[in-house]
Design a protein around this ligand. Structure first.
Ligand code: IDP
Ligand code: MG
Length: 149
């Protein structure tokens, strides 16, 4: 099974969307392997979004992501990196398909409610940034045989 890093951003926490967002993944059949709330430091934010350093939206993005608590999680499932991204929708919520998380709850690219890793390599990097190895739990769920053939 694959793993990805997903985070409810500060706007999602403030807007009481944490349960709603986690429920979407759970109901889909995606397993939660790690979960916590944290306030991201500037240093961690700059590492996490390192690929965007130098872009005009970098500083506002770091300000925003450190502006309040986030809910960080590791999700597990078949092709979960792309599946979770598909469930989130396009980066700009106004371009995100209706029914996706961003297409359901967002209005602005700088307030797009969720983050999800964009590749298996990013997922491994981001999981290691946010979680200690022992915080990511390997466990079986009986329902798996009803989710996967
Ligand atoms: P992603 O979150 O869909 O992977 P990225 O291109 O990796 O999108 O950008 C990271 C985050 O930076 C986005 O989720 C969004 O919050 C913010 N962002 C991206 N592009 C812009 C922009 O053009 N203006 C303002 N914020 C942006
Ligand atoms: Mg990205």
């Amino acid at each position: 099974m694959d793993r990805t890093y997903v985070m409810v951003k500060p706007d999602g926490v403030q807007r009481n969307l944490v349960g709603e967002i986690i429920a979407r993944f759970e109901k889909r059949g995606i397993k939660i392997a790690a979960l916590k709330m944290l306030r991201i430091s500037r240093e961690l934010a700059e590492k996490h979004y390192g690929e965007h350093k130098g872009k005009p939206f970098f500083e506002p993005l770091v300000d925003f992501i450190t502006s309040g608590p986030v809910v960080a999680m590791v999700l597990e499932g078949k092709d979960v990196v792309s599946t979770a991204r598909d469930m989130m929708g396009a980066t700009n919520p106004l371009k995100a398909a209706p029914g996706t998380i961003r297409g359901s709850y967002g209005m602005d690219v700088g307030r797009n409610v969720v983050h999800g890793s964009d590749s298996p390599e990013s997922a491994a990097r981001e999981i290691a940034l946010f979680f200690a190895p022992e915080e990511v739990i390997d466990y079986n769920k009986e329902v798996d045989s009803w989710l996967y053939e």
